[in-house]
Ligand binder design. Structure first.
Ligand SMILES: [Ca+2]
Ligand SMILES: [Ca+2]
Ligand SMILES: [Ca+2]
Ligand SMILES: [Ca+2]
Length: 504
C-alpha cells in the first residue's frame, strides 16, 4: 500500500537554518526526565505484561492484528483490526474485539480501499492505567482514530483529523506520560523533500481528542526554509519546517529509546531528495525531535525494510534493527549510544551468520518482519525475524520465522531457532507462496514473564491471512501449545482480509 503519492516537479531547494539559541536549554533538559509508572501500577494485575501492551489491565498482553484488506459494510479494502486478549492460556480467538469504521462509536464510515488498520501504535494516552490504541489509514483518509482501553477492552473512538499516516505513541518528552506523534499525508514533488504536516501532542489526551499541549514537532534548531536571505522560520513565511511539520515525507516505523535518555525516539524511513530515501531516528526531547543522520549504509532507494527498536546488547541503549530490503538482502543492526544511532557500531548479517539456520538464497527476505524484545529474561533483547521468501521442501516462498538471541556484541546466531508451518507442533501445512513471516510481534500474552511470538502469513488461504502464537520460555520459543487462527475463527470478514499485515 503506497504511502506516497507522486505529483509534479518543483524548483530546487535552498537550505537555510533558522537561528537556534536553544543549546543551553537542551543541556539543562538532559537527565531531568522522570520515569513514572504509577497509574499502571494501580492495577492488581495477574500477568506481567508491559503496561503499554495491556488494554484491559489484567496483566496479559493483548495482540492487535491489522486486516487492511478486509471488506466492511460491502466496501472492499475498507479494513478492520482484531484485538485478541491475552490470558493465562494465551490468546483465545473468542476473546476479541473487532474494530472498523463501521463499529459503533468509531468516527467516520467504511470507505473502499481506505485500509483502516494498516498501521497502529499503543500506549496509555489518557493516563487512566489502560493502554490505548491509535490507528492509521491509507493516504487520503480522514485521519487516525484513538480507541480507548478499559476493564472490558478497547471501545469508543476519537478522530484525529488529517493525521492518518502511521501515528506513533511514546513518551517523547520523558515526563512519564505517553505522547502522540502524528503524521499527515505527504507527497514527493519532483526531486525535493517537501513539508509533511506533523504534530507532537503532549499527553494526557482527553477523550475529546485534546492534548495537554501541542509541542513543536522538530526542535527549533532543526527548522529550515526555502529562502536563505530572510530572518528565519520564526519571523517570515519562508520556513518549510515550522512548529508543526517536518521535512518529508517520512514513514514512521518504530518507537524506542535509542540514546538512553528515557525519552522515546522514532525510527523513520525518510525521503532525502534526488530520489534517495534513508533510515533515520527522530530523537525525542523536551523541545521537539532532533533528526539523526542517515543510518548505516542503508540509505538508498527501495531499501525500506521492516524496523523495530530494542536493546539487543543490554547496554541501556535501544538498537535499531532493520530487515532486508530490496537492495541489501541483509538485516542491519544500528546500535544505540548516548549520541543516538551509532555510525561505528553497525552489524549486518544474513542466514550465513554462524549458527543461524539455513542458507542464504536470493529472495529470502530475511527480516520480512522484525520484532525486538527480551523473551528469555537475561536483559538482552531477542530478535524475531520473518523470512517470508524462504523456500523448503520444494515450496517456493513458503516462508519461515526465526528467533535470534542478543549478546554483548550484538545479534548472535548461537542458539537461534527457526519455525514454519511444517515444524512439529506448529498448526497448518506449509504451501507454496504462503509467505509465513509477513509480520511479527513479541508480547507476553500468557503473563508468565516471557514474551511470546506472534507471527502472520497474509497470503494464507487466498489472502485471508492467519496468525500463529508460539510461547516464549527462558531459552527462546517453543512450539508446544502453539495456536493459530484466521479471520473466520474471529468471526471477522475473510475475503482478502490480509489479517496480520501489521501486528503489535
Ligand atoms: Ca490484557
Ligand atoms: Ca488509557
Ligand atoms: Ca531517546
Ligand atoms: Ca509468555
Amino acid at each position: 500500500m503506497p504511502l506516497i503519492r507522486h505529483s509534479g516537479s518543483r524548483g530546487t531547494r535552498r537550505r537555510a537554518r533558522a537561528a537556534a539559541p536553544l543549546a543551553a536549554a537542551l543541556l539543562v533538559a538532559g537527565g531531568l526526565s522522570i520515569w513514572s509508572l504509577a497509574p499502571e501500577q494501580a492495577h492488581a494485575a495477574e500477568g506481567k505484561a508491559a503496561p503499554a501492551d495491556d488494554f484491559n489491565g489484567d496483566g496479559y498482553a493483548d495482540l492487535v492484528s491489522g486486516a487492511p484488506g478486509g471488506t466492511v459494510s460491502g466496501k472492499a479494502g475498507a479494513g478492520y483490526l482484531a484485538v485478541t486478549y491475552g490470558s493465562a492460556d494465551g490468546l483465545d480467538p473468542a476473546e476479541r474485539t473487532l474494530v472498523s469504521r463501521s463499529t459503533g462509536g468509531v468516527p467516520g464510515s467504511a470507505v473502499a480501499k481506505q485500509h483502516f488498520g494498516q498501521s497502529f501504535s499503543k500506549g496509555d494516552l489518557d493516563g487512566d492505567g489502560y493502554s490505548d490504541l491509535v490507528v492509521g489509514s491509507a493516504a487520503g483518509s480522514p485521519g487516525g482514530v484513538v480507541l480507548w482501553g478499559s476493564p472490558s477492552g478497547l471501545s469508543g473512538g476519537t478522530a484525529l483529523a488529517g493525521f492518518g499516516q502511521a501515528p506513533q505513541i511514546g513518551d517523547f518528552d520523558g515526563d512519564g506520560q505517553a505522547d502522540l506523534a502524528l503524521f499527515g499525508d505527504a507527497e514527493v514533488e519532483g526531486d525535493d523533500p517537501v513539508t509533511q504536516q506533523a504534530n507532537l501532542w503532549k499527553g494526557p489526551l482527553t477523550r475529546a481528542g485534546k492534548p495537554a499541549q501541542v509541542l513543536d514537532f522538530l526542535d527549533k534548531s532543526q527548522w529550515w526554509g526555502y529562502g536563505d536571505e530572510g530572518p528565519g522560520c520564526d519571523t517570515d513565511d519562508s520556513c518549510v519546517d515550522g512548529p508543526h511539520s517536518l521535512g518529508g515525507p517520512v514513514e514512521a516505523k518504530a518507537v524506542g529509546d535509542v540514546d538512553g535518555d528515557r525519552r522515546d525516539d522514532i525510527a523513520v524511513w525518510e525521503y532525502e531528495g534526488d530520489g534517495v530515501w534513508g533510515n533515520h531516528v527522530l530523537l525525542g526531547g523536551a523541545t521537539g525531535f532532533k533528526n539523526s543522520g542517515t543510518l548505516g549504509e542503508i540509505g538508498s532507494v527501495g531499501d525500506d525494510g521492516a524496523t523495530a527498536v530494542g536493546d539487543v546488547d543490554g547496554d541501556g541503549y535501544g538498537d535499531v534493527v532493520i530487515g532486508a530490503g530490496e537492495a541489501t538482502g541483509k538485516v542491519t543492526v544500528v546500535h544505540g549510544s548516548a549520541e543516538g544511532p551509532s555510525a561505528e557500531r553497525v552489524q549486518s548479517f544474513d542466514q550465513s551468520l554462524p549458527g543461524f539456520y539455513g542458507a542464504e538464497e536470493e529472495g529470502d527476505r530475511t527480516g520480512s518482519c522484525v520484532a525486538v524484545a527480551d523473551v528469555t529474561g537475561d536483559g538482552r533483547a531477542e530478535v524475531a525475524l520473518g523470512i517470508s521468501g524462504e523456500d523448503f521442501s520444494g515450496l517456493t516462498d513458503a516462508g519461515s520465522a526465526a528467533l535470534l538471541h542478543g549478546s554483548p556484541s550484538g545479534v548472535t546466531g548461537e542458539g537461534s531457532q527457526v519455525f514454519h508451518q511444517n515444524s512439529p507442533g506448529v498448526p497448518g501445512v506449509a504451501e507454496k507462496g504462503d509467505k509465513f513471516g509477513a509480520a511479527c510481534a513479541l508480547l507476553d500474552v500468557n503473563g508468565d514473564g516471557h514474551r511470546d511470538l506472534a507471527v502472520s502469513s497474509t497470503a494464507e488461504n487466498a489472502s485471508a491471512g492467519a496468525l500463529w502464537s508460539l510461547r516464549g520460555t527462558a531459552e527462546g520459543v517453543t512450539t508446544t501449545g502453539a495456536t493459530a487462527f484466521g479471520p473466520g475463527d474471529l468471526g471477522a470478514p475473510v475475503t482478502k482480509a490480509l489479517l496480520g499485515s501489521h501486528l503489535r
